[in-house]
Each structure stands twice: as C-alpha cells, then as structure tokens.
Design a protein around this ligand. Sequence first.
Ligand code: NAD
Length: 298
Amino acid sequence: DATIIDGKGFAADLRSGVAQQVQALKDQHGITPGLAVVLVGENPASQVYVRSKAKKTVEVGMESFHHHLDANTSEHELLDLVQQLNDDERVHGILVQLPLPDHIDEDKVIHTIDPQKDVDGFHLMNVGRLATGDLDNAMVPCTPLGCLMLLKDQLGDLSGKKAVVAGRSNIVGKPMAHLLLANNCTTEIVHSRTRDIAAECRDADILVVAVGKTRMVRGDWIKPGATVIDVGINRLDPEPGEEKGKLVGDVAFDEAKQVAGAITPVPGGVGPMTIAVLLANTVTATCRQHNVAEPARS
Ligand code: NAD
C-alpha cells in the first residue's frame, strides 16, 4: 500500500518552525510580524476559517488584527480599510477572506492590497512573478505552496518528473502548475474539457487533483508508484445517525492507495497545510519588508 502523507504532522512542524522564526525576528530585530484578516459579512464557512487563522496566528507569536465588517459595507469603505492596512507598519500580511458580497468587486479589492503584503498571492503582480519564475520576489498562494512542500519532502528533487495537475483555478490549479514548472517538472494541466483525462493522469509521476468533484480520480487513473496530492474537500451526505457528512477528497482514496506510491488523505493531508503556509508567507513578507534574510521555503 501507498505511504500516507502526513500533512497534519508536516503542518505542525512548519508552524513550530514559523514560531522560532517569529521569536528570532523579535529577539534579533525587535520586529513582531502582524497578519490582518478582513471578513465581510456572515458566511459561516468564512467565519470558521477566519477564527482558525486568528488562533494559529497568535499561537506562533505573531500579532493578529481582525476586522469584521458588516455585510452591507460599501466597496469604498473596504478599499479604505485595505489602504489603511497597507500604510500600517504593524501589519505585514493582509488577507481579505473570499468570497466577498456581490456588490463588491473582488479583483478591485485584491489589487488594492500592497503586493508585498499580499500573503494569499492573488495580486496580479504576484501572479506575474510566479508565472515568470521570479520566486524570490513572488508571494505564492498558500494551498499550492503547501502541496509543493509535501511533494519535495516526499520525493526530494522533482526535476524531470512528469506532473499532471487536474483543475485550472487561479487559486490552486494554475499556480500549482507554475510551481511544478519552476521545479523542472514536465507539467500538464487537465480540466473539464480534456479529451481523455484518465489516460493523461495515468502518465503522471506526480498527480495533483483540485477539481472539487467527489472521488473523481479512480484507482485505475493512477500510475503504479505515483505520488498523489488530493486537494479536494467535499462533504458527503450524512449517513443515518451522523450529524454531518464525512469529508472526502477528489480521489477515490481506498482504490488509489493500492496503486500509488504515496498519497495525501482527506482530511489530514493538504487541508492543514494551507494555514501553516499562510503563517510562513507572513514571516517571508515581514523579512522582505524589513530587509532581513528570509527563511528558505520550497
Ligand atoms: P474551482 O471550482 O475554482 O476549480 C475547479 C477546477 O476543476 C476548474 O478549473 C475546472 O475546470 C476543473 N474541473 C471541474 N470539473 C472537472 C471534471 N469533471 N474533470 C476535470 N476537471 C474538472 O475549485 P478550486 O478552488 O480550485 O478548488 C478545488 C477543490 O479543492 C475544492 O474541492 C476545494 O474545496 C478544494 N480546496 C482545498 C483547499 C485546501 O486548503 N485544502 C484550498 C482550496 C481549495
């Protein structure tokens, strides 16, 4: 059977590394990294994420600034707040929790964030830096960067490997493909219009799946020994007696683990990496803003 990749454990180690880096910034430079999280409205999932981000931010010794705005906040007011956070020296990272209410233009908000403080890596400046391979200056989106860290931990040098990314979203699929390319993989993106998606996947030494479709990738889509990273988070309907349905990925885990060399579980794989990388990105952003040597990341 496949090695089960322990994303939860890796994320815990990453957070303790971040906590040490934060302590060093305080001791050696008198700097406390600060992360501002902005939430607009009452989306319950967003509220859970934001609370969990704030808690973990404080746990690693950083300062957490929380701004919860009313659902009918105007775009203008939100842009003003972002500008204020851009100008605030205590704030090194700014995260605006998406989705935003319909009357607010998300792109406009993202592009108002100072690219150096854009710890989600969604500003076009950071997208462009990643796409041109300028990883020394890019802020890289958290989920794909977390996937890359797991892959490098598992496989070491990725040069020359055939990587297939399923899904082409701007948040996961595309930045993932750019990261793999930057790490010298022969990289392909497959998506909903791909002609024979199973055949393309079967060719992959590295298969990263981010499509949001319950157990879409079956065991016979996987090359024996391949490393499989399952980004999907899908909730099944509750079984009788269950309050909530189980969380499952985009890969049929029980089949896939009999074929793959290594695979991430859901939950406990990629999920916990996202917040840990957000904290790591905040340290990276802090170092760059203060011209301090930054810790090596993938
Ligand atoms: P998205 O809906 O924005 O993009 C999905 C992509 O999959 C699209 O590019 C689409 O072309 C492709 N796709 C859809 N149906 C397909 C099919 N039948 N065959 C092939 N490709 C298909 O989603 P996203 O934001 O990229 O997220 C993908 C999944 O990852 C979701 O389940 C989401 O919940 C999860 N996710 C997890 C984390 C995490 O922290 N672990 C972070 C972000 C997203």
